[in-house]
Write a protein of this length. Sequence first.
Length: 86
Amino acid sequence: MKKSAKKALVVLFSILGTVLGLYIGGYWLFIRPVYWLVTSFKAGTLTAGILIINVIKIFVASTIGGAIWCICDIIAGHFRDLPEDE
């Protein structure tokens, strides 16, 4: 694989991992549950089930986001370590 194509794939997977990790771990599993907890509390509709599910989502958000980033970094590392064809 050519050096420029390899570099492009490495950058693509690195950016993809960062964006997906922040989107899924940061937005879907952290910001949205906090928002739903606040709006449910203000509306008076907060139940134990909503509270438990959203607290679990908040606690695992960084783990899931980090795992997504790590998987994409491992894939990018695979392309980084390929031998160069000139």
